[in-house]
Design a protein around this ligand. Structure first.
Ligand SMILES: Cc1cc2nc3c(=O)[nH]c(=O)nc-3n(C[C@H](O)[C@H](O)[C@H](O)COP(=O)(O)OP(=O)(O)OC[C@H]3O[C@@H](n4cnc5c(N)ncnc54)[C@H](O)[C@@H]3O)c2cc1C
Length: 397
């Protein structure tokens, strides 16, 4: 008999898992606390290692239709605007890695994934408050006091996961990285100074960086650019996103290139929010409860890999649950995923350090430039990875 799976969270990882399980004939129910799936106003970039899996699951074409492919990946000096390095995007990236690089609105991503899940099995407005392992199954308590049981419960409930506590106990959550961020969506027509507006670009400088990419290029009638501006500090942080005095973002980029300041000034300043990362967990599963995505390994966003790693987790876990009994699957899953996600998280942390080097670190800056110049070759291991390729039968044996 098929393993019955219940997933907490209908984010990128939870929905991908639900699609993959349903395709494999594994019964799955998804419980999401939000009443509707619409995280408007934010975007995500998905690389070949994530998009190849979405094609495999049959949702690639639908997502491609609402994505754009950045023309290049460009690293610039944040003050002079000089190009430090550039790597081909678009068709060239796709040819090299066998799958595209997309910029996509989160709401488009989430709704397209959700459309591939049978609505009878997607329960919105149902927040989990606790999860309990029963040895041969697990139970979710929902916020209306009701409970549901399944052979396996998956925590796909993001960085502030409730399910994580049932796996690793209290006090094992993500920590503040000492960096914080602002974000915005800007119209390209409001950015006359911006060079290469259809590229994904990092502008690096002392104690800060700006990342932006297009949400619409030639494929869509959408000239939105998504930006993400990171400042080092403050030293400590309590709580979540915070409204801060107007001008705080621009003050962090004083003296930067006009295109940078133009972009940051083009929209109302967003709240400032802390960038968190999850110290490696000693366990990813306890009994019949298991974690995927940010609930398990939230990482800094400087490598654009958090969502991609959630997708990879989801397809690996789905393949294992479809191929073997739950206990064997949950034992094999961390073995398949731990080293990879740690390596990607470490790389994201290192990228942040390189992006924020001070002017007087001359040796560091020359290493930064060399690393950015060799970026795509040195990071091919991230982009060309095919999580679903490894055979599950071998793992399950
Ligand atoms: C500023 C920023 C930029 C980023 N850019 C990129 C990028 O370009 N590329 C990339 O790959 N990654 C990026 N990431 C990371 C990426 O957003 C996350 O890694 C990814 O969303 C994690 O997916 P997930 O499914 O694990 O969690 P989420 O997408 O966070 O989904 C969790 C879901 O669980 C639900 N939920 C939470 N608690 C409960 C509960 N108790 N009961 C029921 N449901 C619950 C939530 O409502 C949500 O729908 C970025 C992150 C940040 C902060």
């Amino acid at each position: 008999m098929s393993t019955r799976v219940a997933v907490v969270g209908a984010g990128i990882g939870g929905l991908t898992l639900a699609i993959a399980l349903a395709r494999a004939g594994v019964p799955v129910e998804v419980y999401e606390r939000a009443d509707e799936l619409r995280e408007v106003g934010a975007a995500v970039a998905l690389s070949g290692n994530g998009t190849r899996e979405l094609y495999r699951l049959g949702v690639g074409e639908a997502l491609d239709a609402v994505s754009t492919q950045p023309t290049e990946l460009i690293y610039r000096d944040g003050r002079t605007g000089d190009r430090i390095a550039a790597h081909p995007g678009g068709a060239s990236y796709r040819a090299r890695f066998g799958a595209p690089y997309w910029g996509i609105h989160r709401v488009d991503l989430q709704q397209t994934l959700a459309a591939a899940v049978d609505p009878a099995h997607l329960h919105l407005g149902r927040a989990a408050t606790a999860v309990t392992d029963h040895g041969d199954g697990a139970e979710i308590t929902l916020d209306d006091g009701s409970t549901v049981t399944a052979d396996v419960v998956v925590g796909a409930d993001g960085v502030h996961s409730v399910v994580r506590e049932a796996v690793v106990g209290r006090g094992q959550g993500p920590v503040y990285s000492g960096t914080s961020a602002f974000r915005g969506l800007v119209r390209r027509s409001d950015l006359p100074s911006l060079p290469d507006p259809l590229a994904i670009q990092f502008w690096a400088g002392p104690h800060a960086h700006l990342l932006h990419y297009p949400m619409g290029g030639w494929a869509r009638d959408d000239d939105t650019i998504n930006f993400f501006a990171v400042l080092c500090g403050p030293r400590s942080w309590q709580g979540g996103n915070t409204e801060v005095p107007d001008g705080e973002l621009l003050a962090g980029f004083a003296g930067w290139h006009p295109a940078v300041r133009e972009m940051l000034a083009a929209v109302e300043q967003s709240p400032r929010w802390p960038l968190l990362s999850q110290p490696p967990l000693t366990r990813w599963a306890r009994g019949r409860i298991v974690l995927i995505g940010d609930a398990c390994h939230a990482m800094l966003p400087h490598h654009g890999q958090g969502a991609n790693q959630s997708i990879e987790d989801a397809v690996v876990l789905a393949d294992l649950l479809a191929a073997t009994d739950p206990d064997t699957a949950l034992a094999a899953y961390p073995r398949r995923r731990r080293a990879r996600t740690r390596a990607v998280a470490r790389s994201a942390w290192e990228t942040g350090t390189l992006l924020h080097l001070p002017d007087d670190d001359v040796a560091g800056l020359s290493e930064r430039d060399a690393r950015f110049t060799g970026y795509l070759d040195a990071n091919a291991w991230v982009h060309q990875y095919a999580a679903s390729d490894a055979t599950t039968t071998k793992e399950a044996a």
